[in-house]
Write a protein that binds this ligand. Structure first.
Ligand code: ZN
Length: 262
């Protein structure tokens, strides 16, 4: 699967080259030409309200496979967002630092995977605070988004979370079937512009799906972005729950070159 690298680079160029055209068409912004040599620089220029973006998200790590996953993502120039467990961060601080260094986003998935709807106010605050501190110590950044374990949430609990809560709209069920091909197939069927794809970097079969997954998404015209990039031009409020970016009809994969003309 590593023999198709050249093709990946070419596919990456397509959205990168379209960006300046789209930016010029849709707004008064004058986006500089994207640099295809970097995994994340082009995505930073993207307005996901107009370009078909997808955010890959990996939960429950960092773990024993996360470094290998970072290798794969680097090879494929694919940014991602990691929802880490605070209790795991201390065991892999260099891995978390590497995520940041390589342009990925680090989000919080609580300290030890607790259902926040079963916790007291103090319990929720500890889950957030301990994870933030662990990430800050490891990588010098503070998580700006929270994924509640099991997706469990409720208004009375959510308002105690100091960042937006992000769920997902594409559930690959990777943790259940452990089948890389199934992970790709489910994503292909369910993905749409603005989607958030749920994966887990604690399973080897999940990272084995990533080369074909990224290849498929890029071939279908999607631009991979981090969560913050996905919502950069939209409301993304602390304590509110999101599962994808509502893009309306503007962002469409494949046909983006045609859209740039009107
Ligand atoms: Zn989880």
């Amino acid at each position: 699967m590593r023999s198709t690298n050249r093709r990946h680079h070419c596919l990456w160029l397509i959205p990168a080259l379209l960006l300046p055209m789209l930016a010029g068409c849709a707004s008064s912004g004058s986006a500089p030409a994207a640099d295809p040599a970097s995994a994340t620089e082009p995505a930073e220029q993207v307005n996901c309200q107009q370009v078909a973006c997808v955010a890959l998200t990996f939960d429950d790590g960092p773990g024993r496979y996360t470094e290998a996953l970072l290798d794969v993502l680097a090879e494929h120039h694919a940014p991602a967002t990691f929802f880490v467990l605070g209790k795991n961060v201390g065991n892999h601080p260099q891995t978390v630092q590497r995520m940041v260094d390589e342009g990925h986003q680090v989000g919080s998935h609580s300290y030890d995977h607790q259902d926040i709807t079963t916790l007291t106010r103090e319990g929720i605050e500890h889950e957030v605070q301990w994870t933030d501190e662990a990430v800050e110590q490891a990588a010098g950044v503070t998580p700006t988004v929270f994924r509640p374990p099991y997706g469990a949430n409720g208004a009375v609990y959510n308002r105690l979370i100091p960042t937006p809560l992000l769920l997902w709209d594409v559930d690959t069920l990777d943790w259940s079937h452990h089948d890389p091909q199934k992970t790709v197939d489910i994503t292909r069927e369910e993905v749409k512009p603005g989607s958030v794809v749920l994966l887990h970097d604690i399973h080897e079969t999940s990272l084995q799906a990533v080369p074909e997954l990224v290849d498929m998404l890029q071939a279908e015209g999607y631009t991979l972005v981090t969560v913050d990039e996905l919502f950069a031009h939209s409301d993304f409020e602390p304590g509110a729950v999101y599962s994808s970016l509502e893009t309306g009809a503007q962002a469409t994969p494949r046909d983006s070159s045609a859209d740039a003309g009107d």
